[in-house]
Write a protein that binds this ligand. Sequence first.
Ligand code: COA
Length: 378
Amino acid sequence: MSNSPQPVLSSTGLFTPQETISNEELVASFNAYVALHNSRNAAAIAAGEIAALAESSVEFIEKASGIGSRHVVDKAGILDPDHMAPRLPERSNEELSILAEIGVAAAKDALARAGRDASDVNAVLCAASNMQRPYPAMAVEMQHALGIEGFGFDMNIACSSATFGIQTAADYIRAGHAKSVLVVNPEICSGHLNWRDRDSHFIFGDVATAILIEDKSIAPVGHWDILGTRLKTAFSNNIRNNFGFLNRTHGGIDQSDPKTDKLFVQEGRKVFKEVVPMVAAMIVEEMEKLGLEGTDMRRLWLHQANTNMNRLIAQRVLGHEASADESPTVLDTYGNTSSAGSIIAFHLHHADMTPGDTGLICSFGAGYSAGTVFVRKT
Ligand code: COA
């Protein structure tokens, strides 16, 4: 047997915020905002200076996305038609920041499931779509809160952050720089979602996940071998967020403007059309390289963006319409949770798998970016 390091997936962890917003609650608040907006601007609308806003509908949301409800860190602020954003009181520098708090909760869950002590971990990667601040890095704050020696840094490639984090952690292990790496994905998507935008106000939810990638020599019984990982990026403006530190140099941010592009914006149809073939082709190519066929795949834990996208991708990979058992969804209760989505799906839907079973963790999203992680249960 070779002594060279071999990265494996030891465990995952999940933190789910308690508060939830159903589609009915979301649409009631959105439509209250629409009524307020239209009555406050009645004269301008009548004069044809601005367009009246249209109402949202529960039926559309369910049909277009498969989302039924979402967890959030602050329900009241989001549903207040005069506010339409989470209200998160600023914390002092001495307090743990909220993004680190939910990340630490998920990380502790992953560590406990692997029977791993924090002092045995060598590195923390905070891999997520939105960092709370530029520095000190969220990863370093979480590393400190967990009592981990070694190093940590933040990395962001939007919805693909978790799979890119897994490959990065695996590479550190292969290179001998670490034996145990925590990849943490705290996603407070409600902070960057434009809750006043009818086209996208239903998409996201909040959550945190964590993944423990370790050298096989120290991994717990029942870990998952990593058969192969692959990453891909291709530039596109079709999913974009222009929030950044240079905003103040060109006029600041007006969040009362529903058309603001300093929050999440997307061309949903184009994303759908371009990303489905790109991701399906990438998965199939990687399967060929690894000598895997559709029939070898026991389960796909796909990025949770949209049920229709997932259905099409799974069908192209498996060669038939996927059952809920083959491609489980968490969209109905979590919504799109950016990089955390495929990890929640894995976390909640792997207990029944047996040694030798092969599965795929796959992400895709803004950038565009896509990542595949093929795993096999030991
Ligand atoms: N309630 C009711 N009707 C709505 C609505 C809402 N909240 N939002 C849009 N509509 C209407 C539109 O006005 C449009 O009406 P029209 O046909 O009369 O013009 C119609 O529904 C279709 O709108 P469209 O934006 O083309 O919807 P869609 O069917 O493409 O679905 C997405 C929208 C975003 C769900 C879909 O494009 C998608 O899944 N894209 C994938 C991208 C994704 O999920 N990205 C997340 C990041 S990875």
